[in-house]
Design a protein around this ligand. Structure first.
Ligand SMILES: NC(=O)c1ccc[n+]([C@@H]2O[C@H](COP(=O)([O-])OP(=O)(O)OC[C@H]3O[C@@H](n4cnc5c(N)ncnc54)[C@H](OP(=O)(O)O)[C@@H]3O)[C@@H](O)[C@H]2O)c1
Length: 279
């Protein structure tokens, strides 16, 4: 396949490029070369590209920034996706869009499945819902809702904590935020398989087994040979962050279970592999 890839300087884009380029011809579309908000530029870049598939993780994932700068967030997350969807329809390629567990309201206490109603309390979550709706109108489309990401290529929740602890600082995290965690390289492999073998639709995608942010940070510390006592769990409400966080956003991979593909390994096993690379 010839695969276009946005957001290649980002965390997930890095992992996707590493995985897809082993088996496919990848056309990177970094922000420095193409501003996805510019419709004409997007069309010009894609019209003679002969893509089979475009994988689109680009956007603004910073939930607080989105709350503070809603227009900027909407442009990067929704209007950019609209331009890519228009190009996909015009030039007849499939779209794989990276969405988020932030589309939910966090009020359930059992895992969310793909058909559960969305009801995001944040600008960021609303922008992901709006983008999903656009992607659904592309004939061949796959929407992957991922949760907190860790992996090579860019600082992330796990690496940030290990760096702080190694510097003798505390790592303050939410003690009551429960969700799923996603190793970018594992998720990228699944995306590559789904887009070649599975029907269009929404897919929840993370490593297996739920975890709290506190558990994730503590296990990362332990695997790095550090004391978990430096990880300080604080209730979300006491952290006074700009955008509300979801107390519970565990995702069940119900759609993936309907395919013949294997579910990703546990987050602990994936984390072990990743932390070993952070010497
Ligand atoms: N990070 C998480 O924990 C998390 C959790 C759930 C879902 N997600 C979703 O996963 C996806 C990837 O997240 P990430 O953490 O990899 O994000 P990231 O590291 O911030 O990367 C985002 C990428 O998008 C590019 N970009 C932003 N605006 C653009 C524009 N107007 N035109 C072209 N490129 C643009 C950025 O380029 P520049 O840096 O050069 O501007 C960057 O390469 C996002 O869709 C996010 O909503 C992330």
């Amino acid at each position: 396949m010839k695969v276009g890839l946005t957001g290649t300087t980002g965390l997930f884009g890095h992992g996707l490029q590493r995985v897809f380029s082993r088996d496919h011809e990848v056309l990177p579309l970094p922000h420095a070369q193409l501003d996805l908000i510019e419709a004409k530029a997007v069309f010009a870049a894609l019209q003679d590209s002969s893509l089979d598939l475009l994988v689109h993780p680009a956007g603004i994932p910073d939930i607080d920034l989105c709350e503070l700068e809603s227009e900027r967030c909407w442009n990067a997350n929704v209007e950019a996706t609209r331009n890519l969807c228009d190009a996909a329809k015009q030039f007849n390629f499939g779209m794989a869009f990276i969405s988020s567990d932030a589309v939910f309201d966090g009020k359930k206490d059992t895992p969310y499945i793909e058909s559960d109603p969305v009801n995001p309390p944040t600008v960021y979550g609303k922008s992901k819902v709006a983008a999903e709706e656009l992607v659904k109108r592309v004939e061949k489309h796959w929407i992957f809702r991922v949760s907190v990401l860790f992996g090579p290529g860019k600082t992330n929740f796990v690496e940030r904590g290990i760096t702080k602890l190694r510097n003798g600082e505390e790592y303050v995290v939410a003690s009551d935020q429960i969700g799923s965690a996603t190793y970018t390289l594992d998720a990228a492999r699944v995306i590559m398989q789904v887009c070649q073998t599975a029907p269009s639709g929404i897919y929840h995608l993370s490593n297996s087994e739920p975890c709290s942010r506190y558990e994730l940070a503590c296990e990362a510390a332990r695997l790095a040979g550090l004391e978990c006592s430096g990880v300080v769990g604080v209730p979300m409400d006491a952290m006074r962050r700009v955008a509300p966080r979801l107390k519970y956003s565990v995702m069940e991979m119900a759609a993936l279970k309907q395919t013949s593909l294997r579910l990703p390994r546990s987050w602990q096993a994936a984390l072990k592999e990743y932390v070993a690379t952070l010497a």
